[in-house]
Design a protein around this ligand. Sequence first.
Ligand code: AMP
Length: 279
Amino acid sequence: MIIVHSVEELISHTQNMRDSIGFVPTMGALHEGHISLIKRAKEENSKVIVSIFVNPTQFLEGEDFDAYPRQSLSDSEICRLAGVDVLFMPTSTSMYGQDEISIFAPPIRGFILDGSSRAGHFNGVLTVVMKLLNIINFHKPQKLRAYFGKKDAQQLALITQMVKDYFMSVEIVGCEIVRDKSGLALSSRNAYLTTQEMQKALLLSKSLYEAVKLIMQGVLETKIVSASMEKILLETTKIDYIAFVDREFKQLQRVEIGNTIILVACMVGSTRLIDNIWI
Ligand code: AMP
């Protein structure tokens, strides 16, 4: 595995990657969720590139940019064992200059839910993803696939939209959410949780499983399903939102089987957690 820290170095290493490239962008502190994306990329492409970059532009003032876990040594070992070909760990100065153009998230879908609680977050996400995809596509491989988790469902929807809106030559692949045995969706931010908060965090998936149970019983009114979820979540968390959207992120009044995503965001102590389930 080759580790590179600058854009120029990465571009020189992709020169000979003429076939298919699978790309997995991450912010590091890698866990089984990330590894599942890497494995899928490995299965479907001849070369795999992983990036680890704690992207400053997607953190708002007062968020956890400084505290975000950085573990480059163990992360690179994980990537090596997973068979990654190139690990890209750029510096901020390699990725960003002064007075740059940035991508603006769509005014509706980019500013609801996470985009409302974290206004401007998706501008930063889309900007860095556009940059990363352009760097990796520099020599125009035969096929570029980029892998994203359904865990960040709104991010996945917006990136899919950006690629379409900007006629970009890349296939976006959405990957299933990886959970631990108790149902907790894996996240680098789980590292912030105390043992007690870990228990409270389980309520997110518990509320989603309750929603699935009700829907399977034929309850399709989102208001009713949402009320049951709220009861579970309010036990110990502060709810940011419970939402029912279709695959395009339009709000739903009734659950549409095969076209609904149920999303929750909660504060557990001082940690903001998100989770969702695709129906
Ligand atoms: P992050 O490092 O948090 O920016 O995540 C990098 C990628 O991994 C994103 O596409 C996430 O959606 C994905 N990811 C994070 N957690 C999980 C998980 N538990 N299951 C599947 N994918 C995940």
